[in-house]
Design a protein around this ligand. Structure first.
Ligand code: NAI
Length: 400
C-alpha cells in the first residue's frame, strides 16, 4: 500500500485526489491548509459523491467516483505513516506547508513538487535543514494534466492527460520505503509516464513558464505606445518577432548555464535541459499546424487558441496591460530571477534575461537586478539562490 499525502486544495489537488483514490494499493490523503477548504471539502463529501472526469492521453474519457481517505488541515492527521508528500499548489504556498509538515515528516520520506517550480529545493532546504538531507526530493516540470475544479469538494475535470512528464530526483541520506518513481506512478495510473532522471536543478531550469510568459509580455509591451487598446492582444497566437527572439535568447542562456555547470561539475546530469523549441516539439507537436520554427510553432499551437494577454479595462472599456498578473508577479520572483541567480553562480552572462528582468521590474515596481547583480531590495522575496545566501556551485547543487 502506497500511503501518500496530496498537499493543496485547488484544481490539481482535486483531480489527483480522485485519480489516486481510484488506483489499486493507494491510500490517498489530502492536506489543505488554506482557509476553510478542508472543512468545506469534507462536508461536501458527507452528502455528495466525489467525481473526477478524466480525458486520458488517448482522448478516451473516464469517470472516477472515489473519495480520498481523509481531507484535513491538520498535518498530524494527514502525515502518520505516509511515504510520500506531494506539493500540488502555487509556489508561493510552499513555505506554509513546509513549516506545518516539518515536525510530522520522518527521515526517509519522499517530498515531491508536482510541479515544484524554480527554486523548489532551495526552499525545502531552507525550511527543513537536516531533514531535507534525510528525505528524497523529487521535482517535475509541470502538472500531469491540464485540469480544473468545477465544483469545490465535489467535481473536477482533467481536460488533457500528458503522455509523459519529466522529473528529477535527489536521493536522501535515509533511503525511502520503496522506489520513488514507481510509487508515484502507481498513484497516477499509466499516464503520464514519469521519466525521472538527472539533477534537480534541471527542473528549475526547465520551469519554462518563467521565460515564456515574460518574454512574450516583453515582445508586446516593451514597445507599446501607451495608448489603450480596443482588444486584449492574443498571447501565444499574437506573439511578436521580438517576443520570439527574446524567448530564444533566454532559452539559449539557460542552455549555456547548464553547459557551464556540467563542465565545472561533470558528475551533475543536466541533460534534461533542452532548448524551448525542442521542449515545444516534445510537448505539443501534435497540436501545432506548423512546426517549422519556434515562431510558427507557438503561433499555431491549437492548445493555446484564444488565450489573451492579461489586461485591465479602463472606464472607457479599453484595454491596458496588467503587470500585476502572475505572468509577472510569480514568473519573475519564482522563475526568471531564479534562473538569473543560477547563471550568476555559474558565471554565465545573460544579456537577454537581464534586459527582460530590468524591464519587468520597472513595470512591476520591484527591484531585483542592480548593475548586473541580484542585490535589489526584493531579491529576498524571490527563490533565487542569492535569496538563500547561496553563492557557490556546490551549495547550490546540494553537494555540501
Ligand atoms: P490552483 O490555482 O488551483 O491553486 C489554488 C489553491 O492553492 C487553493 O485552492 C489553495 O489550496 C491554495 N492557495 C491559494 N492561495 C493560498 C494562500 N494564500 N495560502 C495557501 N494556499 C493557498 O493551482 P492548480 O491549478 O492546482 O496548479 C498547481 C500548480 O500547477 C501551479 O503552480 C500551476 O501554475 C501549475 N499548473 C497548473 C495547470 C492546470 O491545468 N491547473 C497546468 C500546468 C501547471
Amino acid at each position: 500500500m502506497v500511503k501518500f499525502v496530496i498537499c493543496g486544495g485547488g484544481n490539481g489537488a482535486h483531480c489527483y485526489a480522485g485519480i489516486a483514490s481510484s488506483q489499486p494499493g493507494v491510500d490517498a490523503r489530502v492536506l489543505t491548509l488554506y482557509a476553510d477548504e478542508a472543512e468545506r471539502w469534507t462536508n461536501s463529501m458527507k452528502t455528495n459523491d466525489f467525481v473526477v472526469t478524466q480525458t486520458m492521453e488517448n482522448k478516451s474519457v473516464v469517470t472516477l467516483k472515489t473519495k480520498p481517505t481523509i481531507v484535513t488541515k491538520d498535518p498530524a492527521q494527514a502525515a502518520p505513516g505516509a511515504d510520500i508528500f506531494v506539493f500540488m499548489m502555487p509556489a508561493f504556498a510552499h513555505q506554509q506547508y513546509l513549516l506545518a509538515l516539518k515536525e510530522h515528516v520522518k527521515p526517509g520520506a519522499i517530498l515531491v513538487g508536482l510541479p515544484g517550480q524554480a527554486g523548489f529545493e532551495f526552499e525545502v532546504r531552507k525550511h527543513w535543514g537536516d531533514l531535507a538531507k534525510q528525505c528524497t526530493l523529487v521535482n517535475f516540470e509541470s502538472l500531469p494534466w491540464a485540469c480544473r475544479l468545477t465544483k469545490f469538494g465535489e467535481t473536477a475535470e482533467v481536460i488533457g492527460t500528458k503522455t509523459s512528464l519529466m522529473g528529477a530526483i535527489f536521493p536522501g541520506t535515509v533511503p525511502p520505503s520503496g522506489d520513488a518513481t514507481a510509487m508515484l506512478q502507481s498513484t497516477l495510473g499509466p499516464h503520464p509516464q514519469l521519466i525521472v532522471k538527472g539533477h534537480l536543478l534541471a527542473m528549475t531550469l526547465m520551469g519554462v513558464n518563467a521565460y515564456i510568459h515574460p518574454s512574450i509580455m516583453y515582445g508586446v509591451w516593451s514597445t507599446w505606445d501607451g495608448n489603450p487598446l480596443d482588444e486584449a492582444p492574443l498571447f501565444y497566437q499574437g506573439m511578436t518577432e521580438l517576443g520570439c527572439a527574446t524567448l530564444d535568447g533566454c532559452s539559449n542562456e539557460i542552455l549555456a548555464t547548464a553547459k557551464s555547470i556540467t563542465q565545472q561539475r561533470p558528475n551533475v546530469d543536466l541533460s534534461s535541459v533542452i532548448h524551448i523549441y525542442d521542449w515545444y516539439i516534445r510537448c505539443y507537436a501534435k497540436d501545432m499546424a506548423d512546426t517549422s520554427n519556434l515562431y510558427n510553432a507557438i503561433r499555431t499551437n491549437g492548445a493555446y487558441k484564444g488565450l489573451k494577454h492579461p489586461c485591465k479595462q479602463n472606464d472607457a472599456g479599453k484595454y491596458l496591460p496588467d503587470f500585476a498578473y502572475r505572468y509577472m508577479t510569480e514568473d519573475m520572483p519564482c522563475g526568471l530571477v531564479v534562473m538569473k541567480g543560477i547563471a550568476l553562480v555559474a558565471g554565465v552572462p545573460t544579456p537577454t534575461m537581464d534586459k527582460v528582468i530590468e524591464w519587468a521590474q520597472s513595470k512591476m515596481g520591484a527591484e531585483y537586478l542592480v548593475n548586473g547583480q541580484l542585490s535589489g531590495k526584493d531579491v529576498a522575496k524571490s527563490r533565487s539562490p542569492q535569496a538563500y545566501g547561496i553563492q557557490d556551485l556546490d551549495t547550490m547543487l546540494g553537494l555540501k
